[in-house]
Design a protein around this ligand. Structure first.
Ligand code: SF4
Ligand code: SF4
Length: 622
């Protein structure tokens, strides 16, 4: 039985050692969901990995939608019929889904509808570290935040209950540490799916015309007010200390750090954990603050809780000293750790912590390394070839806009391909905008999954404006960076829901792009010719550089028992270092004045054997 099957089939009372994200997926199954939809994004990806592996057995509809907005619309439609449904995404995915979410907040739902966001403080794999708690305020939506994997599972079920009871979508927020921490989780039984609720005609329940939206806004406020009265305080837990003067309030991973700091350093102060961060449990907060004249607030990213608690104190005329971000006890930037929380707590309590070892000092330092494309990665060959083509065309100064995906690593030496990288699908819009100002041709890169997600409107716009740009679509047949999920161009052939692969070439031609060429990046000569030709086109040109991800190819080759050994012929190698400096495959290095290939790292792609990489053709099949 596979790891994911074991999680699906675990029995009531069994204890598993789960990632926060796996606990969330199990919680969804225990909640009796009928529909789950997502666009993969770290740190939320493992929720989808698990559900994708088990959805047929679990009898639910699961899909990797084309983007987060569509995923939310799919889940919403199912929930509008009374079926429990869930959509999940990384924090920036909420920006894409927000257009639909802020209207769905008004229409409400019938079945439980949970919108999970996984925020990424410190931007481990993201372009920003936005604090998605603000979406709860913006949408007037309830928000629930777990602290442990057990809570991740249990709170998710409660989120479904609340969503169903009050007919309102509930936002479920994690951060990287909550999604990726592992802990013991006691599971309960798998839930039964809900029955479809017959649709009442004439009520325009899910229609957002202004006249209905006005009615629904009032209803939404009533729902939130009831949730504040009845539910918010149920998500509070307090650990009592002996010292009355000080109290601390935290939520999410902030509470986990606070708890460890307080217990590790023998402080005996009371700690309040808030599990529902919108609407806030005001009764519990007021009572706690009234008992402790000095309050420390621990929260990652923005001063969301602190601002609300300060406002509440002002409103209620409570005289309390608050120590948080707004008076510089804790930073606004980056992920917290024990050092950050301890330092803030000690500073607030005027205790000396200079003698204490930093957590980082206690751990051996990790070597700092620049991330690199994998050996055999087709993107390396594409960047190498485009760079060569730009040089040959005298366009080495052309502006390059890249996009979100593993190919964003092309920004590093020796390729230097990424003057811009903003958001999903932005490469084409930026590239076509640049030529308006600079009157010169630009080049942009986008991956296949990102093209489907948000790149198509940019290409339509480029065509409408006859933008002088060459778009290279790096089609590696997978959503690689987030863990090899399928996308509309590469559906799993076993996936019964798949309607077949969508052709990128047909889309580009359908938009009216005349110059569309599909090339194999491993064939450098062919690609070089196509890219050079594209520079002569008047208007947008599209080159689809199509070759599956090296990791996928590697697995297939191994399975088929195919094995080709590439090595450097030292007789032919002049030691010019072009293969290392210009191509930069991690498997190739210099030793004793000659190039050498590490067979353990080599992916056997064979690109380095091309004369364009080694002008002396010293790399050969052995
Ligand atoms: S490019 Fe060819 S000749 Fe130059 S170092 Fe590499 S293998 Fe040797
Ligand atoms: S064949 Fe050459 S380019 Fe390909 S992975 Fe091996 S060393 Fe790198």
């Amino acid at each position: 039985m596979s790891y994911y099957d074991e999680i699906l089939e675990a029995k009531d009372g069994q204890v598993l050692f789960l990632l926060g994200n796996e606990a969330i997926a199990r919680g969804a199954i225990e909640s009796g969901i009928s529909t789950a939809a997502t666009y993969p994004g770290t740190p939320s990806s493992e929720v989808g990995d698990l559900l994708y592996a088990v959805y047929r057995k679990a009898g639910i509809h699961f899909e990797y939608s084309v983007n987060e907005k569509v995923a939310l619309e799919v889940a919403f439609a199912s929930a509008s019929l009374g079926l429990r449904s869930m959509v999940f995404m990384k924090h920036v995915g909420m920006n894409v889904a927000a257009d639909a979410m802020l209207s769905i907040a008004y229409t409400g739902t019938r079945g439980g509808l949970v919108i999970m966001t996984a925020d990424d403080p410190s931007m481990h794999s993201s372009q920003n570290e936005q604090d998605n708690r603000h979406y709860a305020d913006l949408g007037h939506l309830p928000m629930i935040e777990p602290t442990t994997p057990q809570e991740a599972k249990d709170f998710l079920q409660r989120a479904f209950d609340i969503s169903e009871r009050y007919r309102v979508p509930v936002i479920f927020r994690t951060t990287t540490m909550i999604s990726h921490e592992r802990g013991l989780v006691e599971v309960s039984h798998v839930g039964k799916p809900r029955e479809i609720v017959p649709f009442e005609s004439g009520k325009a329940e899910f229609n957002s015309l202004p006249q209905y939206a006005m009615r629904n806004k009032k209803l939404l406020e009533e729902k939130i007010s009831k949730i504040k009265d009845v539910e918010s305080d149920r998500f509070v837990s307090i650990e009592r200390g002996k010292e009355d003067e000080w109290g601390a309030i935290a939520s999410g991973v902030g509470y986990a750090y606070l708890h460890d700091v307080i217990s590790k350093h023998g402080m005996d102060i009371s700690m309040m954990k808030i599990g529902m961060t919108n609407p806030l449990p005001e009764r519990s907060i007021i009572k706690f603050i009234s008992e402790h004249p000095r309050i420390i607030i621990v929260e990652e990213l923005d001063s969301y809780l602190e601002e609300k608690i300060r406002a509440l104190c002002q409103l209620k005329g409570i005289d309390v000293e608050i120590y948080g971000k707004m008076n510089s006890y804790f930073p606004y930037d980056y992920e917290f750790n024990m050092d950050v929380v301890r330092s803030g707590v000690m500073k607030a309590m005027q205790k000396d912590d200079t003698h204490m070892l930093s957590i980082r000092e206690e751990s051996p330092l990790l070597a700092a390394r620049t991330p690199v494309l994998c050996p055999g990665c087709p993107h390396r060959a594409s960047f190498f070839t485009v760079k060569k083509a730009l040089k040959l065309a005298g366009m080495s100064d052309a502006k390059i806009s890249s996009d979100i995906g593993c190919y964003s690593l092309g920004v590093y030496e020796p390729f230097d391909m990424g003057d811009y990288m903003i958001s999903m699908g932005s490469s084409i819009g930026v590239a076509s905008g640049l030529q308006n100002a600079l009157s010169e041709r630009s080049v942009s890169f986008i991956g296949d999954s990102t093209f489907f997600h948000a790149g198509i409107p940019g290409l339509i716009n480029a065509k409408l404006n006859n933008a002088q740009t060459t778009l290279i679509i790096l089609d590696n047949r997978i959503t690689a960076m987030t863990g090899q999920q399928p996308n509309p161009g590469s559906r799993d052939p076993q996936d019964l829901n798949a309607a077949g692969n969508i052709s990128i070439e047909n889309i580009a031609r359908g938009i009216g792009i005349d110059f569309v060429k599909t090339v194999d990046p491993y064939n450098i000569g062919e690609m070089l010719h196509a890219v050079t030709e594209s520079f002569k086109v008047d208007g947008p040109a599209v080159i689809i550089s199509s070759r599956e991800c090296a990791i996928l190819r590697d697995a297939k080759e191994k399975k088929a028992g195919r094995h080709v050994v590439y090595a450097v012929n030292v007789e032919k190698c002049t030691g010019c270092e072009k293969c290392v400096e210009d191509f930069a495959c991690p498997a190739i290095s210099m030793s004793g004045g000659k190039a050498t290939i590490d067979p353990d790292q080599c992916d056997e792609c064979g690109v380095c054997a091309e004369r364009y990489v080694c002008p002396f053709q010293a790399i050969e099949v052995v």
